[in-house]
Design a protein around this ligand. Structure first.
Ligand code: PSU
Ligand code: MN
Length: 300
């Protein structure tokens, strides 16, 4: 059985060394409600294509790893109830049991590396959670392992952001502010945490990625793009909802892979969907920037 099913359009782009941008599917199946999830998935693909790159949404379907999905497959991930959430730990089990699964940043990075896709757009990465629970997302070790440029809006303040940056430093992942000097905090453009590296253009990011890989430094590059200003929310406005959601998760004994989806859904409720506008805007913006970076990388 074929290990990896690369969509023919993605295969053709990779073979011709044309730009390709991977997209995750956990945001579709577990991160956003129907029907915004499907609309968002389609819009991200359209934005990547409009930017001159081939979109490749990653997921597991009946235990097979797909890089690039068709319309019906996207809709299935947006509507079906029994979609697993797939990080590295879940992959072999899901394949053996022929599951349908949505890939997290970690899962998408693994498949991107297998297929040879070098750029990936997401919303926010997982990281080190707040509190003493030692909950560390599988996204972090995968960022240190997969040779992929990951375009994100930083990480949500549901996480311990300083600890997340420390982890990335220890494991050698370059964290680049895109047209910013600060680590963005997803809904908010600022976190108060300064970054040392900055890039102001897709070409500047491409030069860093080439240097990383030319010198055989393994792993990827985390490019952090602040949420578009007109949709960003003040950090202080989100904090009360985040603190409440984190406390509720703790009280209700939410554990393991359920923690992040629980927090995301609860915060969306508590902020009456206002945060959703910011979420959708930054996802689309990251897809746009990722396409530009993929084009710059393919040109070099
Ligand atoms: N953070 C967000 N939105 C998301 C996620 C994280 O703001 O949708 C998703 C991503 O797919 C990420 C995953 O890879 O959650 C991390 O889950 P965990 O913390 O269980 O590793
Ligand atoms: Mn976790």
């Amino acid at each position: 059985m074929e290990k990896l099913i690369v969509h023919p359009a993605v295969r053709a782009a990779l073979d011709a060394r044309r730009p390709v941008v991977a997209l995750e599917s956990t945001v579709i199946s577990h991160g956003l409600p129907w029907p915004e999830n499907l609309a968002l998935a389609r819009r991200m693909e359209a934005v990547v294509a409009a930017g001159g790159a081939q979109p490749a949404t990653v997921a597991l379907l009946q235990g097979r790893v797909h890089v690039g999905l068709d319309e019906a497959q996207l809709e299935h991930l947006a509507t079906a109830k029994d979609i697993w959430k797939i990080s590295r730990r879940d992959l072999a089990v899901a394949v053996a049991q022929q599951r349908d699964g949505a890939t997290t940043v970690a899962g998408t990075l693994i498949a991107s590396a297998w297929a040879g896709v070098r750029v990936f757009a997401t919303g926010g990465i997982g990281g080190v959670h707040r509190g003493a629970g030692q909950d560390i997302s599988a996204d972090l070790p995968e960022l240190a392992r997969a040779p992929v440029v990951v375009v994100c809006a930083g990480a949500k303040a549901i996480l311990d952001l300083p600890a997340t940056l420390e982890w990335l430093e220890t494991h050698g992942v370059p964290v680049i502010g895109y047209q910013t000097d600060e680590f963005p905090a997803f809904y908010s453009r600022t976190s108060g945490l300064k970054l040392e590296a900055r890039a102001d253009s897709p070409a500047a990011v491409a030069a860093m990625a080439r240097a990383l890989w030319d010198y055989g430094l393994s792993g990827g590059l985390l490019v952090c793009v602040p949420c578009p200003a007109e949709h960003a929310r003040p950090a202080a406005e989100m904090e009360a909802a985040i603190a409440q959601a984190v406390a509720e998760a703790d009280r209700q004994g939410v554990r393991g892979k359920a923690v992040t989806p629980f927090l995301l859904a609860r915060i969306a409720e508590l902020t009456h969907g206002e945060s959703k506008t910011a979420n959708l805007a930054l996802l689309e913006n990251n897809a746009r920037v990722a396409a530009q970076i993929a084009v710059a990388l393919a040109a070099g």
